[in-house]
Write a new protein. Structure first.
Length: 165
């Protein structure tokens, strides 16, 4: 399952609720959901078992249990483009890929900090970084998938940490 599936549904305007073994999607905005939601809902159906497992562990964008019932939900990030537009999709993809790179960079920094060594960009590391850049452009054009980018981020992390061993 794509890691951004839940966040894309929430961005469109759905609240995702787990009731036993049933996933309920409740559209929270006025009017009808955008047509782009249909594809995301179909994708959620295809990976229902995995989605239920994630929802049971709480790894999704939901209202925290400590928040008072009826309290206003606060968004972490709001897409500045109209829902369902290519610009909104591109901005969401950029945010996801940026978050993946930041997480990977922090993991690399932490590994080097623990070893008390200086980070040096070797040819392998530079190639992995270049691969990320190429894949980012391909994902934005629709020529590659977000999971391909995630794998390239893992390769960058692996190449960076390999020099520590």
């Amino acid at each position: 399952m794509r890691t951004s599936l839940f966040s894309e549904l929430v961005t469109i305007g759905y609240e995702i609720v787990l009731e036993g073994e049933t996933i309920r999607l409740q559209y929270q905005k006025s009017g009808e959901p955008p047509e782009s939601a249909r594809q995301l809902i179909d994708e959620l159906r295809e990976c229902k078992a995995e989605a239920i497992k994630i929802l049971k562990t709480g790894n999704t964008i939901t209202q925290p249990a400590s928040v008072e019932p009826g309290a206003k939900k606060k968004a972490i990030w709001v897409n500045p483009y109209p829902q369902g537009t290519p610009e909104a999709r591109q901005e969401s993809l950029l945010q996801c890929m940026g978050a993946m790179c930041l997480k990977t960079r922090k993991a690399i920094e932490e590994a080097y900090r623990g070893e008390h060594r200086q980070y040096k960009a070797t040819p392998d590391i530079l190639a992995a970084e270049h691969g990320l850049e190429v894949l980012q452009r391909a994902v934005l054009k629709g020529e590659a998938k977000l999971k391909d980018f995630r794998l390239a981020a893992y390769e960058w992390e692996w190449a960076s940490k390999a020099k520590l061993n």
